[in-house]
Design a protein around this ligand. Structure first.
Ligand code: FO1
Length: 308
């Protein structure tokens, strides 16, 4: 069993590669839910949805989120009725949020809801939220306090962030299956997702970081940063805001207590020695995933590192 820790878009690319290289039934994917939000009365779990749509072959590849070919008629009408429309919810995507919200209101837990949706979409991999408890990533910028989606989508990650925290995490518990998966995995992959707002919330759920430190499985991470910039999104900005160097070395330091192997870009070859000083094996690779072939090649390289 290969266990994967992931956020949304960047992780989804690697998961697509992994699911093409091994039987998807051999994959357990632990998703960040710190980005979850409630809009129009609906519970939206963007990272879970990005992963499930990817595994179901439904993802809009150009955007990296949402369903390909989706339309936005309902959102347009909501706008006419005075609702906020900065978060682009497609008509088919809305069905997922309506179904999720309905089941949650019947006291079905998020992990079970996710299981229902995955089975309905024919997904063989196990997709687990990091927790069934509500954890919300919040960002302080100037005198404002923003949710992740307000920062990322509404404000287009422009505000200068001073602090990031995960509201509710201290009292949260890992979702059923998460700790077992980490303990019994043959390999664990930490996706090239944002270390602060995608992987950070997962690691902050009490018990998960310890399970990663204690597992006998090889834990392999992939850098989301090349040089001083994220491959996509604001990871470099949020690393600096959280007191980490914005580089693959900074990410290695943030993960040093549990990571065995770190895959970084060939361009970051000069950081290898610094990473190895942290007792992490550093391997360079082409970590940009622009095509299905790139995704599969990187997945194959990671699986080889795990099997060694
Ligand atoms: N990202 C955007 O940049 N703009 C959007 O309007 C947007 C809508 C959206 C709707 C559903 C969904 O599941 C994801 C959506 N995303 C959108 C992506 C999401 O903000 C990010 O991918 C993650 O939260 C970061 O991992």
């Amino acid at each position: 069993m290969i266990v994967v820790l992931t956020g949304g878009t960047g992780g989804a690319k690697l998961i697509e590669g992994l699911a093409a290289e091994i039987d998807p039934a051999e994959l357990t994917i632990i998703c960040n839910t710190g980005d979850d939000c409630v809009l129009h009365g609906l519970h939206i779990s963007p990272d879970i949805d990005t992963i499930t749509y990817t595994l179901a072959g439904l993802i809009d590849d150009a955007k990296g989120w949402g369903i390909k070919g989706d339309t936005f008629t309902t959102l347009e009408q909501l706008g006419r009725l005075g609702a906020d429309t900065w978060f682009k919810l497609g008509d088919k995507d809305l069905a997922t949020h309506i179904r999720r919200t309905g089941l949650l209101s019947e006291r079905v837990r998020l992990s079970q809801v996710t299981g229902h949706i995955c089975r309905a979409l024919g997904i063989k991999a196990a997709v687990l939220p990091m927790s069934d408890d509500r954890v919300e990533t919040r960002l302080r910028a100037g005198d404002k306090e923003l949710t992740f989606q307000e920062y990322f989508v509404k404000e287009r990650w422009q505000p200068m962030v001073r602090k990031v925290y995960y509201a509710g995490v201290v009292k949260s518990k890992p979702a059923p299956g998460v700790l077992n998966a980490l303990g019994s995995a043959s390999g664990i992959v930490v996706c090239p997702s944002n270390p602060v707002t995608s992987i950070g919330p997962i690691l902050a759920v009490p018990g998960i970081r310890d399970a990663l430190k204690e597992t006998r499985a090889t834990v392999v991470g992939v850098s989301p940063i090349i040089g001083a910039s994220a491959i996509s999104g604001p990871a470099h900005k949020l690393m600096s805001a959280s007191g980490w160097e914005a580089s693959a070395l900074g990410v290695a330091r943030a993960y040093a207590d549990y990571l065995d192997v770190f895959v970084i870009a060939h361009e970051d070859q000069s950081l290898k020695a610094g990473i190895e000083e942290l007792n992490i094996r550093a391997v360079t690779a082409d970590i940009r995933m622009n095509s299905p072939a790139d995704k599969q090649r990187l997945a194959r390289e990671l699986l080889a590192l795990i099997r060694k």
